[in-house]
Write a protein of this length. Structure first.
Length: 281
């Protein structure tokens, strides 16, 4: 069963069986996504993926109540020069996630999932560090699989191979931000918010190593706000991409709920790189 905490009063919430309650938290920043996509892309992706994952989990885990909150529209990135962006420092974002988790644990909840459509490695690592801190301080395992999903080859038995998507990945790799991937996603999630000019946007390509150089990224995106190949987007690709994300999240969350081999999905592959980590107090 799905339950929106916004629609409950505190006494009803107090009566819930917390051992059978799964709290879904979403964190995603408001930020530029080219001239063709809205500032809220990461928020829309986060909400859509959570909603669809919960819809599938409800049938499989009937004994659980899946508790939802509004997506918290903050995150970490280092993209200056684009009006509308709201970015927190990595440390402040870490503190926000940590404080949110501390509150949820005070409710008595110990099954906590964090989802984000924002793929910045330092954003994901800040979330993972907050989860590690919570585990150290309270023993509660808060679970954030998005870093692993974005950076590792996670295979879900529920995910059907899509040859069109595989071909596009090979032809147009390094599609990091507001390119064909996110544009396709939004053509499925909120097509009304995708500008018709997406097919007119130029190709802007950098490699994965350059993505951690904020100065280089800013220079490449200047005047546009995307990295990748927006004109290659289609709704059909968006359906396949969103389904892939949903099934990977479902796979990881199922492992967590069963407490079976979920640990392999707890960290971004760059989690232990010192320069990408929050300097904790």
């Amino acid at each position: 069963m799905k339950q929106n905490i916004m629609e409950m009063n505190w006494t009803d919430f107090k009566k819930m069986n917390k051992e059978k309650t799964v709290v879904f938290l979403g964190f995603a920043p408001i930020e530029q996504h080219g001239k063709h996509l809205p500032l809220g892309v990461d928020v829309y992706e986060t909400q859509y993926w959570m909603d669809q994952v919960i819809k599938e989990l409800e049938g499989e885990y009937k004994e659980f109540t899946f508790l939802t909150l509004p997506v918290i529209p903050y995150g970490h990135a280092e993209m200056k020069g684009f009006p509308g962006n709201i970015h927190l420092s990595q440390k402040l974002f870490y503190d926000l996630v940590l404080a949110t988790l501390q509150n949820v644990i005070e409710w008595g909840c110990s099954n906590i999932i964090i989802i984000s459509g924002h793929a910045d490695p330092k954003h994901a690592i800040a979330v993972e560090q907050a989860c590690e801190r919570i585990k150290k301080d309270t023993g509660v395992v808060a679970y954030a699989p998005m870093g692993a999903i974005f950076s590792k080859n996670i295979i879900s038995n529920l995910e059907k191979p899509n040859l069109q998507l595989q071909d596009k990945m090979q032809q147009y790799p390094n599609d990091f931000h507001a390119g064909w991937i996110e544009t396709s996603n939004m053509l499925t999630i909120r097509p009304d918010l995708v500008s018709f000019n997406y097919k007119e946007q130029p190709d802007i390509e950098i490699n994965g190593r350059d993505m951690i150089n904020s100065g280089f990224v800013l220079d490449k995106t200047k005047g546009y706000g995307h990295l990748g190949f927006p004109k290659e987007a289609t709704k059909e690709l968006g359906e396949a991409l969103n389904n892939s994300a949903i099934q990977k999240i479902r796979h990881c969350v199922s492992a967590y709920l069963k407490r079976e081999n979920y640990e392999q999905y707890e960290h971004h592959q760059l989690y232990h790189v010192p320069v990408l980590r929050v300097k904790e107090d």
